[in-house]
Ligand binder design. Sequence first.
Ligand code: 6CS
Length: 352
Amino acid sequence: MKARHFGALMLAIASGLLLPACSDNDSPMKGLLSDEPEPEIWRFALEEIGGSVQDAWAQEFRRRIEVLSDGQVQVEVYPYGSIGTSPQLTRLVKDGRVHLAFASPGHVADDIPEAGIFLLPFLFPENDRANRRILADDELRALLQAGWQDAGLQLLDLVPEGWMMWTADRALHTPEDFSGLRMRTMTAPQQAEVFRAWGAEPVPLPYSEVYDALQLGQVDGQSNPVFAIAEMNFHEVQSVMTVPRATRFVASVVSNRNWHQNLNEEHRQWLEAARSGMPEFIDEIQRDYNRRHLQQLRESGRITVEPLTDDQRARFRDASLPARDAYRERAGERGERLLQRVQSLSGQQTAD
Ligand code: 6CS
């Protein structure tokens, strides 16, 4: 979506959300038309467009809730571009205008420093199964939950969406290749710190502005999973995709904390039942989307794909360590405990 259309559309729909509840609910005719109770509506805002990994999660969640509740709860899904940028969606959840939303660490770490753990390169294990086990760890979840709760949010799920690739007009084999590269980052300063450690000039921008910024030469590169690069058409304006296997994109599903605390028992059970099994469901989806899009991008011939060797990755790992120190400073004692927990679960030494 082009930025100029996006702004106007967002404003129009967001202002609708700020209005009092829809007048249908208050209509004096309501009781005359039907004895059925009105379904409860849960609004769910996405940071990605229709057809994305977040959309697949939300559509499956919607289907499950509607079956479990026999239609008593309905989920309205708002894809990216319909109500706001990532920080605006988080604000709408906090204000209770939207019940549920995706909040990815690259944006929400500005508000929740602990979320920056997911932006640190070469920290989580390369193996997918080991990574899933860590994301499900109770101690890790409790530490993260405390951070999300301090921000007025309930952390419901963590959703891995695939490895982050780097795109630019050149291959990025060494930290020196980043020198002088204006790299678009998500809006939390912690993502900028990582690319700065590699020598790039970070330029934080909302997702909706990346395509135009690349096309107009305002930035030289960006980082995202393959499915996102393909569906946002970044490959049209970039020529090389480097595959570093350094960081996975892990999004969080959040709700308003008070709303979650005040759910009645039946609604809470439906919510829990709908969430159960979602990690396995979405893992298959993200793998399929990323694999399929990678093949399409290779076949399109519009972008070349450059995997890094283990030696090249080791240089990037070493060069990224200052970002771990910056994370420690921002996320404090809880951040340190999170870092140690991830390192011990993935069998790494805790001193780096
Ligand atoms: O780069 C971004 O800002 C976005 N990337 C993805 C894959 N999802 C949402 C996020 O806002």
